[in-house]
Design a protein around this ligand. Structure first.
Ligand code: AMP
Length: 423
């Protein structure tokens, strides 16, 4: 019989890798707390309508990537392809704006998109998201970029740089859109089939198409920067200035348009050369109109999403957290020694001391081999003879020094010994 395999594009995070994920998540949580963000945890399933109305009908995600199904009650539901829409939904549903004018949230969890799987691109992937609600100021955008830069520094990711752009606003973007569309009308024969479609539905997306022919065709396309209104120009300049003041290097990238419709003004990505084609570790931007578009008050907002799978790949090439090693291994020889060994190990475990034992009836040699494999600091050898004599040898696996520990009150005596030897 063949064993079952996971679904294409869905991967397992095994021990060894999971410690790396934990390290990243803990570091991110510490930074979020330092910068004043609080955690929000949301459902993975939402009504399909939420994503169609927020991400945009003419985006790749909504057009072809969502895991959507009708549940047994007939409701049309979607596995969340991103977190922002759900966070806005929760923010409006619970009227959080009425409790406080400013909210800073973060959330960590899996997202689902039916993309073509490849290295760095999965159908279930995880994101670390951060959102600031109620602040129109460019300093909120700058703060998010600083959080990202700070996290990369803490994790030792040196080859990561913010790329920033402004997408304009409803006042100035339509003029740019019109200019771009008339430019694209003249180069139709050079565009890929996706871009031919995007030209009508979402022309800005043509600008960041990775197909070489499309890149060539749009080399002389109108630049967004030339169409920004005074307010958008000021906003963008302040973001840049705030980063300059913190000595954060960044690249202004007027091709950075990103795949979701709701962005206005500032957009940004953290890019690296370490990942090949999938070079974005994180992306985000401002989405002031989204709360209102989803039926709420007109509240400005800005946020980002880090691709945790990609970040883990990079951090894993820099550091590998060592697997946790037991402080003590009890080699229990003979069935009658096992109750004492088990009692002792579980007492130590509940005191926060990592201890393991030989569960099965194995020779001393094989148990010592196991202790070595686990990297135990000490091994206590208990045989029936030791119980009779009232003392068992404790071996320091590094120095090979050995002392006898009385078996009476064994867990207390071991705890005291480890405390005295400070480990
Ligand atoms: P987005 O939500 O599309 O703005 O993406 C934000 C970040 O999530 C990207 O910069 C990637 O790091 C990550 N990401 C997006 N899609 C995937 C995917 N299919 N597989 C792995 N990571 C992804």
């Amino acid at each position: 019989m063949t064993t079952l395999q996971s679904i294409k594009g869905f991967k397992d995070i095994l021990p060894g890798e999971s410690e790396l994920w934990q390290t990243i998540e803990e570091q991110a949580k510490t930074i979020f707390s330092d910068f004043g963000f609080r955690e929000i945890r949301l459902p993975m399933l939402e009504k399909t309508e939420l994503f169609a109305r927020s991400i945009g009908e003419a985006t790749d995600i909504v057009e072809k990537e969502m895991y959507t199904f009708q549940d047994r009650g007939g409701d049309l539901l979607t596995m969340r392809p991103e977190a922002t829409a759900g966070i806005v939904r929760a923010y409006l549903q619970h009227k959080l704006y009425a409790q406080d004018p400013v909210h800073k949230f973060y959330t960590i969890g899996p997202m689902f998109r039916r993309e073509r799987p490849q290295k760095g691109r999965y159908r279930q992937f995880s994101q670390i998201n951060a959102e600031i609600f109620g602040v129109a100021s460019p300093y909120a955008d700058a703060q998010l970029i600083l959080v990202l830069v700070h996290l990369m520094n803490r994790l030792g990711v040196t080859d990561a740089k913010p790329h920033i752009n402004s997408l304009g606003c409803p006042a100035c973007r339509p003029d740019f859109r019109t200019a771009l569309q008339s430019f694209l009308a003249g180069v139709g024969d050079q565009l890929c089939s996706d871009c031919l479609r995007r030209r009508d539905t979402n022309p800005l997306r043509v600008l960041d198409c990775k197909v070489p022919g499309c890149k060539d065709a749009t080399r002389n396309a109108p630049a967004l920067a030339d169409y920004l209104c005074a307010e958008c120009q000021r906003h963008f300049a302040t973001v840049g200035q705030a980063l300059d003041d913190r000595n954060v290097a960044y690249t202004i990238d007027d091709r950075l348009v990103r795949g979701l419709d709701y962005y206005i003004r500032t957009t940004f990505e953290i890019q690296t050369s370490a990942l090949g084609a999938q070079n974005a570790i994180a992306g985000g931007g401002r989405y002031d109109g989204l709360a209102q578009a989803l039926g709420g008050p007109d509240i400005p907002a800005t946020g980002f999403a880090i691709g945790l799978d990609r970040l883990a790949e990079i951090v894993g090439s820099i550091q590998r957290p060592a697997p946790p090693q037991p402080h003590l291994y009890i080699a229990a020889l003979g069935e009658n020694t096992r109750p004492l060994a088990f009692q002792c190990v579980s007492q130590l475990n509940t005191r926060g001391i990592r201890a393991e034992m030989g569960y099965e009836d194995k020779s001393l040699k094989s148990q010592m081999k196991r202790a070595n494999k686990l990297g135990a600091g000490y091994v206590l050898i208990i045989g029936e003879q030791e119980i009779k004599q009232g003392a068992a040898p404790l071996r320091n696996m590094t120095s090979k020094a050995q002392i006898d520990i009385p078996v009476n009150g064994l867990a207390d005596r071991l705890t005291a010994h480890f405390e005295n030897t400070s480990g």
